[in-house]
Design a protein around this ligand. Structure first.
Ligand SMILES: Cc1ncc(COP(=O)(O)O)c(C=O)c1O
Ligand SMILES: [Zn+2]
Length: 425
């Protein structure tokens, strides 16, 4: 039996609550009852622009009146609506869903990878978020965060980015009619380097990693109506990322429900999005057996995997991080306690893979299955063999690989050449 997440445990981790009272929904169209901090139990209204917890500076989470949602929807309602991420609007935070800033976000396909198991007995599926606007899952979080920020009166938006988040922020902010500024590591390669500016954002290049870019951004954008949409430093990007879990539920529940989800983690916000989605589904009584979440990181920057292996409650910053997967070059993930707790509570684990294995996986996915996977997404395929060798993946289990981005911005040949130039750590 899979040690699925228990409902109460999930709620404790992600702060999902089915509050009946006393907090009042922001509007009748919204089921949001407020924001809360899991670390110190501070609660506050969701009706103002807010970044982190005013008491302890921890991430804030959005609470819904799930009882009321359960009263107006049943398990099949969403599937009958048009196939975009906005079909989950009751569990998204907009007061007015008609005000959503959208670039046309489709429900992304889940494709079976025949014989991916090297002769093993596992059914291997891949969810392909490379088909979202700007080619990555970052569209989910940014679509919701930008929509909500505009609704609450933000004048300008900024965030650090390894590439994909920057493109998504610039695209959604421009669509919303808001200026955006994206802080990128100086080492960011094309097309991610010039993409945000081409999409109407302003770019600032910073020496070091995304951590340094984030510090510079927060130092420079203190006033003037700038609003920080960095990962976990505002409550709504995670809400958009929940749609990954809602779609998996919509697409696979009662069919090929996954025992395991393999996710490429940088900061790990996607893990929190998936976990919060499953917690809310459990609270609604719609899903019981929840998948184990396994994170994959490159062995040149694997702070979450190391913390999982060493039994640490928070990740220790990784010194001299290196990987060719830009979105996984996150040496000091903010909010790592929650990410680690969520993975552990799911019965999950972490594995690391070599950059060379990631490039091989990109090539196999492309040639054998016609799937264009980013290095981050391909890392999940590379992780399959390790999971099987370690016995983490058991025979007969269904495993869902999460491809978080398209491989189109990358050249496999150039990535291979850079491997030779900079040998593995
Ligand atoms: C394609 C891709 N995959 C994965 C990640 C890591 O995301 P998370 O913050 O959920 O760990 C990123 C972040 O930049 C990314 O761009
Ligand atoms: Zn707090």
């Amino acid at each position: 039996m899979t040690p699925g997440l228990r409902d109460t445990e999930l709620r404790r981790i992600v702060g999902a609550r089915g509050l009946a009272a006393p907090r009042v929904p922001a509007s009748m169209a919204s089921y949001v009852v407020g924001l809360s901090c899991r670390a110190c139990c501070t609660t506050l209204p969701a009706t103002r622009l807010t970044n982190t917890c005013p008491t302890c500076n921890g991430p804030l989470s959005v609470d819904y009146d799930l009882e009321r949602v359960g009263g107006v929807l049943d398990r099949t309602t969403w599937a009958s609506r048009s196939p975009t991420m906005w079909r989950y609007r009751e569990l998204l935070p907009l007061s007015d869903p008609a005000g959503a800033v959208s670039l046309g976000e489709p429900i992304t396909p889940i494709v079976p990878l025949a014989d991916a198991g090297d002769g093993g007995s596992n059914l291997v599926l891949l969810k392909d978020d490379g088909r979202l606007p700007m080619g990555s899952f970052k569209a989910r979080g940014m679509a919701v965060a930008v929509s909500r920020a505009r609704e609450l009166g933000a004048a300008r938006l900024f965030a650090p980015s390894a590439g994909n988040a920057g493109a998504a922020l610039a695209a959604y902010a421009t669509r919303a009619g808001l200026p955006s500024r994206i802080y990128l590591p100086e080492s960011t390669r094309e097309p991610f380097r010039s993409w945000p500016a081409a999409l109407g954002g302003e770019t600032v290049f910073v020496a070091g990693t995304i951590r340094d870019a984030g510090e510079r951004a927060r130092a420079e954008c203190g006033g003037d109506g700038w609003f920080d949409v960095s990962t976990l430093r505002e409550p709504y990007r995670v809400e958009g990322k929940k749609t990954m879990g809602f779609e998996i539920f919509d697409q696979l529940y009662g069919r090929s429900w996954p025992d395991v989800i393999v996710y490429p983690a940088g900061g790990g916000t996607g893990v929190l999005g998936l976990t919060k989605a499953f917690a809310e589904l459990a609270e609604l009584g719609w899903a019981e057996k929840l998948p184990r979440i396994i994170v994959v990181q490159p062995d040149g920057c694997a702070p979450l995997v190391r913390a999982l292996e060493d039994g640490e409650i928070r990740a220790t910053p990784w010194t001299e991080p290196t990987t060719l997967a830009p979105g996984l070059l996150v040496p000091a993930p903010f909010g790592s306690e929650r990410v680690l707790e969520a993975i552990r509570a799911s019965g999950g684990a972490g594995v690391s893979v070599k950059d060379a294995e990631i490039v091989d996986a990109m090539e196999i996915l492309q040639r054998r299955y016609g799937i264009s996977a980013s290095p981050e997404g391909a890392a999940t395929f590379a992780g399959l063999r390790v999971l099987r060798d370690k016995g983490t993946l058991r025979g007969g289990e269904t495993v869902l690989l999460y491809n978080t981005g398209s491989g189109l911005p990358f050249s496999i040949n150039l990535l291979r050449a850079s491997l030779v130039a900079a040998p593995e750590p």
